[in-house]
Design a protein around this ligand. Structure first.
Ligand SMILES: *Cc1c(COP(=O)(O)O)cnc(C)c1O
Length: 226
């Protein structure tokens, strides 16, 4: 068994029931993805449009690609034909642009609204009040080619695990508020994408449904080969 397959099996054994494992393959070569694919892994995450396009073109078509990087409106067209889910929508403008490109491809694209709860200035995402304002405005309801499936967020980069837990709990509370106020009759709105290699267990305890694991799966072997 390869180190990658071994790592995936280890992660699977620790997942809470109903949580999906996204293998974040950004910066790793496509052979690593092929390796993960052999043990049934189908959800992969990438954060650069060009890199994702190169990989998607030559890899099996039943892979479900998740875009987790900052989304520029002018690049959506390149991934719109096949992208499974875009985790990083942080404005109405981006939402409208995705809707337009999805319509051109006669499909509906699943998206998550990215919210900012971490301490760092550099992290992208909507502040909770900005998200509520966007949802209150209501224009999103007219966008028939996007399906808002939930929220994505990142905790601060810190060793203080209590702070990480508080931030994930904040994301979960914002999700519950949105669900109750805007998406009560919408069963698509059911995903919370939070948790990475260092904090995914805490994220699952706080209600995550999608964990995004990169280095924990692919890193070890990568560093061994350097
Ligand atoms: C890189 C990345 C991950 C994976 O991080 P690891 O620490 O390698 O598990 C998860 N989410 C986002 C948004 C990322 O950019």
């Amino acid at each position: 068994m390869s180190a990658i397959v071994e790592a995936i099996e280890e992660y699977r054994a620790t997942l809470t029931k109903g949580v999906e494992l996204i293998a974040v393959s950004k910066t790793f070569p496509k052979e690593y993805i092929e390796d993960a694919y052999t043990c049934g892994q189908r959800h992969f995450g990438e954060n650069k449009v060009q890199e994702l396009s190169d990989k998607a073109e030559s890899l099996p078509k039943d892979i479900k690609w998740h875009f987790i990087g900052h989304m520029q409106t002018n690049k959506i067209k390149y991934i719109a034909p096949y992208i499974y889910m875009i985790h990083s929508v942080d404005s109405l403008k981006v939402l409208e642009a995705i809707n337009k490109e999805a319509a051109k491809n006669q499909r509906t694209i699943k998206v998550l609204m990215q919210i900012h709860v971490a301490q760092e200035e550099t992290k992208f995402g909507l502040l909770p009040e900005e998200l509520y304002a966007l949802l209150d405005e209501g224009k999103w309801k007219e966008l028939n080619n996007v399906s808002i499936c939930g929220l994505m967020g990142m905790a601060s980069f810190t060793d203080d695990m209590q702070q990480v837990r508080n931030e994930f709990t904040t994301i979960k509370n914002i999700f519950d508020t949105c669900k109750g106020k805007y998406f009560t009759d919408n069963s698509d709105f059911c995903e919370i994408s939070m948790g990475m290699t260092g904090d995914y267990k805490i994220a699952m305890e706080c209600g995550s449904t999608l964990v995004r694991i990169g280095n924990g799966i692919f890193g070890k072997r990568y560093y061994q080969m350097q």
